[in-house]
Design a protein around this ligand. Structure first.
Ligand code: NAP
Length: 309
């Protein structure tokens, strides 16, 4: 029986994952770091592994993120140079689509304004514009971003998308690379970030980006907290360049109680809830990669760690 070691700073998640592996991948021995069998593990399934844990495992052949992103592996500086895989759960797309649909309608139909007006007992109907008159920009057109952009285009929105390489998505005007970024941002009224966190994308949500959007645009950050420059967001909100920001991800999670974002006017906080891979899907995908490893077949959902995604 192959052993998989589960590594995370989140002890509740470890228990939940262990139960899911028992249910959905009973052919594997899924153990925690304190189990002597962990030393035999060929695969580590990780979400924010504790520093030093990966480097202590001498038989590892594959490091498996249990999420869509792999940036959390940086949490363990002992992470060895081995093939890295991630989880791509179709349910991830569904969850993210639901979250983003809500955000788009919230800003497109002015619910942010009327909720504020209710607090002030103001009766004022927001201007109603058709979806086609509302320009949405999606940063990142991978597994999640392409599904979001296509969904919004099908709902009639004017959708732009941006990725590193050229894309062809029906109903979506696409832009590529650093040279296409400025043109992509022009006139966008709602910017949705679905980029992975890499050295190139860290801090990309800052003044240089906000200033190119339509005046009074809104931001939805579903990528990672370190994409956002918080002081520059504060400045853009204060000047009115941005009218609001819906933030789902933060550099420190949970967001510390004393953090200024909690009470910054125009900011809505959600607790990294946009979408999560199901624990059973994680167990099944890790098990499939263990099978492939044993059979000498190519692994699924590998990550290019030189690019960071
Ligand atoms: P993915 O399939 O790896 O797609 C990444 C996309 O970003 C690709 O389209 C890629 O372009 C583009 N990209 C990467 N670097 C770029 C750069 N420097 N300039 C322009 N475009 C760049 O990732 P995914 O599965 O869609 O997930 C995206 C991210 O969403 C994850 O990494 C994670 O941070 C976040 N996420 C958040 C939640 C949540 O609950 N909030 C849940 C899941 C995931 P190419 O296609 O041209 O390579």
């Amino acid at each position: 029986m192959n052993t998989v070691v589960l590594l995370s700073r989140d002890s509740l998640l470890l228990k939940q994952l262990q139960a899911a592996f028992a249910r959905s991948a009973p052919q594997l021995n899924a153990v925690l770091m304190d189990d002597p069998a962990a030393a035999q593990a060929q695969v580590a399934a990780c979400w924010f592994p504790l520093p030093g844990s990966l480097g202590a495992l001498n038989n590892l052949q594959v490091i498996h993120s249990v999420a869509a992103g792999v940036d959390h592996l940086e949490h363990d500086p002992s992470c060895p140079d081995l093939p890295v895989c991630r989880v791509v759960d179709p349910g991830h797309r569904q969850g993210m689509t639901e979250y983003v649909r809500w955000a788009v309608i919230h800003y497109h139909r002015g619910f942010d304004q009327v909720l504020q007006q209710q607090r002030e007992q103001v009766w004022q109907r927001p201007l109603q514009r058709s979806a086609g008159q509302f320009r949405v920009g999606v940063m990142g057109l991978g597994s999640l971003g392409s599904a979001i952009a296509s969904d919004l285009a099908a709902a009639g929105y004017s959708v732009r998308g941006w990725a590193r390489g050229n894309k062809d998505l029906p109903g979506v005007q696409t832009f590529a690379g650093a040279e296409g970024f400025e043109a992509f941002l022009g006139g966008v009224e709602l910017l949705i970030n679905l980029l992975p966190l890499t050295p190139e994308t860290r801090g990309i949500l800052g003044s240089a980006t906000f200033d190119r959007l339509a005046h009074g645009a809104a931001l939805v950050n579903c990528g990672r907290g370190a994409h956002l420059r918080i002081d520059e967001l504060e400045h853009a909100l204060a000047s009115g360049q941005l009218r609001g920001a819906l933030l789902d991800v933060f550099e420190r999670e949970p967001l510390p109680l004393e953090h200024k974002l909690w009470s910054l006017p125009g900011v809505t906080i959600t607790p990294h809830m946009a979408s999560a891979a199901s624990h059973d899907c994680i167990a099944e995908q890790v098990a499939e990669n263990v099978r492939r490893l044993n059979a000498g077949e190519p692994l699924l959902n590998t990550v290019d760690m030189t690019l960071g995604y």
